[in-house]
Design a binder for this molecule. Structure first.
Ligand code: DP6
Length: 357
């Protein structure tokens, strides 16, 4: 009997903001990083991608696989998207050959519909949430048994930082050593419940699309920055180990100092690139000063800034220090320094069964 069924699965994936930054590829083709990185997964209620994946024998084969992002058609024929789709289809094909009674979903065209509830490509980790949601939704559609860590190997090929959004809480992306990238995947450092007082606040300095994409920016840094090698070989391994220890011991002073140093080191490498890459703007610098100011006023590190490839400032703090931190940072909204403040975002537990806490 000819089937006319539409198979569907939906998911939401959270944004993650790195406190040890991924910047530089040792293998652009497999998307393997030069250094390990570590991030904190934010709550889905504030920043997330919602994705529905469907497939059906009734979808016109001539159209092929399609993607709508925020209602705009996007190509799925880029090498990165193709790498993800090919890997997911091949896992589904293995399931189908092992169990011939399964419908042959791997041979149907895929239709993907995604929406971000935050600005795309503005340095707010949109590609991380985007590819994590894409991989999770298709894996669910195909009923794949792979673990989030295994799926992270696929999401990594879409966008490096996406591999970390498949897990919740505090997540490392181990650079790995193998040439085929089979050990370059996400690893849970600690679940959200390990340090549930952690909060993040986002100062949106600009929701405009960034001039230099992360992909091209990091390639230029690898090719031209003399600071970069020391960062990848000496600085990051040291900071990574110290950061894992700080998280393990719930040591916010250590966490905050390392996060701020790391952000500064990454942006120093950007500036050391030829031609220089400048992601931070005057508002970013003002935000850094505010954070420094509140830490000095309180007499300990109660707030830690970090900036990805854009001017928007993410501030980590603990719930117990909310009054001081939010009070100080909300001032910059009043003064018209930032477009908006995404307030007191909590962390996320994980992609499956994720919920606001
Ligand atoms: C500054 O993951 O966007 O946010 O792998 O080329 O897609 P591609 O890069 P991407 O880079 C993110 C860089 C960063 C730091 C980080 O998230 O670790």
């Amino acid at each position: 009997m000819a089937e006319n069924k539409i198979y569907r699965a939906s998911t939401t994936a959270p944004v993650n903001i790195a406190v040890i930054k991924y910047w530089g590829k040792r293998d652009p083709h497999l998307n393997l990083p030069t250094n390990s990185s570590l991030s904190v997964t934010l709550s889905q209620s504030d920043l997330r991608t919602h994705t529905t994946a469907s497939c059906s024998p009734t979808y016109p084969p001539a159209e092929g696989d399609t993607l709508l992002l925020n209602s705009h058609p996007q190509s799925l024929s880029t090498p990165r998207s193709l790498a993800c789709l090919t890997s997911l289809r091949s896992l589904r094909r293995s399931l189908e050959s092992a169990n011939p009674s399964l419908p042959p979903l791997s041979s149907y065209p895929l239709h993907i519909i995604s929406t971000n509830n935050f600005p795309t490509a503005a340095g707010l980790a949109s590609s991380a949430a985007g590819f994590a949601a894409l991989v999770r939704a298709i894996a669910d559609l195909y009923t794949l048994p792979q673990s989030p860590e295994e799926l992270s190997l696929i999401a990594r090929q879409g966008s490096g930082s996406a591999c970390r959004s498949l897990l919740g809480g505090y997540v490392a992306w181990d650079a790995g050593h193998k040439g085929d990238g089979s050990d370059s995947r996400a690893r849970l450092v600690a679940p959200r419940s390990h340090w549930p007082e952690m909060r993040a606040m986002i100062l949106v300095a600009s929701a405009m699309k960034k001039d230099v994409s992360s992909t091209s920016g990091m390639q230029a840094t690898v090719a031209t920055s003399s600071l970069f090698r020391t960062r990848a070989e000496v600085v990051v391994p040291r900071e990574m180990a110290a950061m894992e220890k700080a998280i393990e011991g719930r040591d916010f002073e250590g966490f905050g100092k390392i996060a701020m140093r790391e952000s500064n080191s990454f942006h120093a490498c950007c500036l050391d690139t030829e031609p220089p890459i400048r992601y931070l703007n005057d508002v970013s610098w003002a935000a850094m000063q505010l954070v420094q100011g509140v830490n000095e006023k309180v007499g300990r590190v109660v707030a830690a800034y970090t900036f990805d490839a854009g001017p928007n400032c993410v501030v980590y703090f603990l719930e117990g220090d909310r009054r001081e931190v939010v009070g100080c940072l909300a001032g910059c909204l009043k003064e018209g320094l930032v477009e908006r403040v995404e307030g007191g975002v909590e962390l996320e537990d994980g992609l499956e069964g994720a919920k606001e806490v």
